[in-house]
Design a protein around this ligand. Structure first.
Ligand code: RUB
Length: 308
């Protein structure tokens, strides 16, 4: 194995890079599933060989996309348990499989719990703005709607990849009244909005939220209009490295997603995929452990990742 990366890892990396697998929660779960598949098919003959291979597979997965910390956190969740154990090879492999399954199940449960907790913050008659396509933000919105609250949603399209179109289709399918707007219409519509609910790819120790490009503009417009700004994110979206001053890397994707460079010779085209919303613009972060102000992000990181 050590000379070529196994299929289950390269396939998952390819899908994460191409965004066939996208959204931070999904990326984390698929990474855990890839480590599980790797383990099941692994023919290592010793503990050391297995652990080395799993570490290498984890590194390869982590390199697929840089911004969503759910990816390294999922990998570390599995690897830490394996490294800390003194089981024999077979027992170690079972532990890796169980750990991957546990990450996936915890993640699904966290998204449901956030839906329940977040729905309490949504009132009958609310108009909610969301951006991009966050399964966790949608869990909050759909849970509130399924409780019979009369709500409507305004969703921005999220150029250049238009994940907002996925959001409006999912909401329409669930029966939620929804309006699709272009990203630049966000401020014009803010007067109609009661609450903004978005997801996160990473949350820093100071409570800054890293999410799809355009999120910080929406936060600015919400702040100006005194509209509440909520972030729905599981605790594995909190970024442990930011505790020691590391910055979250913002992915810059292919310029071809924005425009055909061949048609724009002499033009610099830029395509950052995420931006940073400062904590001053965030009212609450809804996690599966409860609702926190952004200033308490550091406590979540210490509690969840104190071992790093
Ligand atoms: C997706 C995005 C989402 C977060 C949260 O970006 O920014 O808002 O990942 O999603 P991309 P979720 O489409 O580039 O992956 O709540 O589903 O984890």
């Amino acid at each position: 194995m050590t000379h070529h990366m196994r299929d289950e890892i390269t396939q998952t990396v390819k899908k994460i890079k191409s965004m066939e697998i996208r959204g931070a929660a999904n990326i984390g779960r698929y990474a855990a599933a890839a480590l599980k598949a790797y383990t099941i098919n692994c023919d290592a003959r010793s503990r050391d060989e297995f652990v080395r291979g799993l570490e290498e597979a984890g590194e390869t997965l982590i390199d697929a996309r840089p911004t969503a910390v759910s990816l390294p956190n999922a990998v570390k969740f599995v690897l830490r348990r394996v490294r800390d154990s003194d089981l024999s090879l077979e027992g170690l492999k079972e532990l890796a499989v169980r750990s991957a399954d546990a990450f996936i199940e915890n993640s699904r449960q966290a998204v449901r719990t956030i839906g329940e907790i977040g729905a309490k913050r949504i009132s009958d008659g609310d108009t909610i703005m969301t951006h991009c396509n966050s399964s966790v933000a949608l869990s909050v919105i759909k849970t509130a709607f399924s409780q019979g609250k009369d709500i409507r949603v305004i969703a921005s399209e999220a150029r250049p990849r238009y994940q907002g179109r996925i959001t409006v289709k999912q909401l329409a399918e669930a029966g939620v009244p929804v309006t699709l707007i272009v990203d630049s219409a966000v401020r014009s519509f803010m007067k109609d909005v009661d609450k903004v609910v978005v997801g996160a790819d990473s949350i820093a120790a100071n409570g800054a939220v890293i999410n799809k490009i355009g999120t910080s503009q929406i936060a600015l417009a919400a702040h100006e209009a005194r509209v509440l700004f909520f972030v729905a994110a599981e605790t594995y979206k909190f970024h442990p490295d930011t505790l020691v001053g590391e910055l979250v890397e913002i992915e810059e994707r292919d310029k071809k997603e924005v425009a055909d460079p061949g048609e724009f010779s002499g033009v610099d085209i830029r395509n950052p995929a995420f931006d940073i919303t400062p904590p001053e613009y965030v009212d609450l972060i809804i996690t599966e452990k409860g609702v926190i102000p952004p200033q308490a992000a550091i406590m979540i990181i210490k509690e969840e990742f104190g071992w790093i």
